[in-house]
Ligand binder design. Structure first.
Ligand SMILES: [Fe+2]
Ligand SMILES: [Fe+2]
Length: 284
């Protein structure tokens, strides 16, 4: 499960999740997801996003952050980012982006997020009321289709491709253990070429890899959110039909979304629908 630690008395995080279902409540029929990435908080950004994030409380059940929460990944920047999230009362699920790795403080910035109550995913998952499973990983580079990098030649190239494949395996492993009726994936790098279109074609290989798409299809993921491709396209689909949304903040703005996040609702099948769909013809 995702890393989440005690709140250390901070208001942020400690109050998060108060809107979770009670045992006596009926099951959710849908989940509303507010998703954004690439807001790149700098130390001078205090207060810039706080009110905009807080609006998610009334509109969504979960806030998803698709990486690049900071500009350079310094602890000071991440402290600013969690202050921007201070008024968010719904659960927050996040992955880190490449910018959050830049200055080599991954452990420290991860701790800051976790201590603020954020469910930080790195090849693992978190579930909302046993109905919706979120799996998340940053992902990595590699490219798409016949032009994807392959593990051939120099050791450095093999290592790079190996790192990308390792993230795919982690994503696949996490999905294989997620038994909720609905599965949602959170990435930073793009899993399909369709959502990097608009970026210079020369850098597509650095914006993601479609190796990440195969587990999304195999485990019938209901929606995938990613960031990183700031001038890519807003939406696309995997070969198997999984809807993929590039929720990078600049892309949302370009797409006419004026809120801080894209709001996406996913229906949750009722237990009777699930039983019917899993029954084989022989047993019907
Ligand atoms: Fe970014
Ligand atoms: Fe990025």
């Amino acid at each position: 499960m995702g890393r989440t630690r005690g709140t250390g008395g901070r208001r942020a995080g400690g109050d998060r999740g108060v809107r979770r279902r009670r045992a006596e409540d009926p099951p959710r029929s849908s989940v509303r997801i507010a998703a954004v990435g690439d807001f790149h908080c700098g130390e001078g950004d205090a207060g810039k996003y706080r009110d905009r994030f807080a609006r998610a409380n009334g509109e969504a059940d979960v806030l998803v952050l698709a990486g690049d929460l900071t500009n350079l990944g310094t602890p000071g920047e991440m402290r600013v980012a969690v202050e921007e999230l201070r008024d968010v009362e719904i659960p927050i699920v996040a992955v880190l982006g490449n910018h959050d790795h830049e200055t080599g403080h991954v452990e420290e910035v991860s701790d800051i997020l976790c201590e603020a109550g954020v469910h930080l995913l790195n090849g693992d998952g978190w579930t909302l009321d046993d109905q919706v499973g979120f799996v998340g990983i940053k992902g990595f580079v590699g490219g798409f289709g016949r032009y994807a990098l392959t593990a051939f030649g120099e050791a450095g190239l093999k290592e790079l491709v190996g790192n990308a494949v390792e993230d795919v395996k982690k994503l696949e492993g996490s999905l294989s253990h997620m038994e909720t009726p609905v599965r949602i994936a959170v990435l930073h790098y793009a899993p399909i070429a369709a959502t990097v279109m608009g970026e210079p074609e020369q850098i597509w290989a650095f914006l993601g890899t479609d190796r990440l798409a195969e587990p999304l299809d195999r485990y019938e993921v209901a929606a995938c959110f990613h960031g990183h491709a700031h001038i890519g396209a807003f939406e696309g689909r995997t070969p198997g039909g999984c809807p993929v949304f590039n929720v990078s903040l600049p892309v949302l703005s370009k797409h006419g979304i004026r809120d801080m996040y894209y709001l996406h609702e996913v229906p949750i099948p009722a237990p009777t629908e699930l039983a019917a769909s899993s029954a084989s013809p022989e047993s019907a």
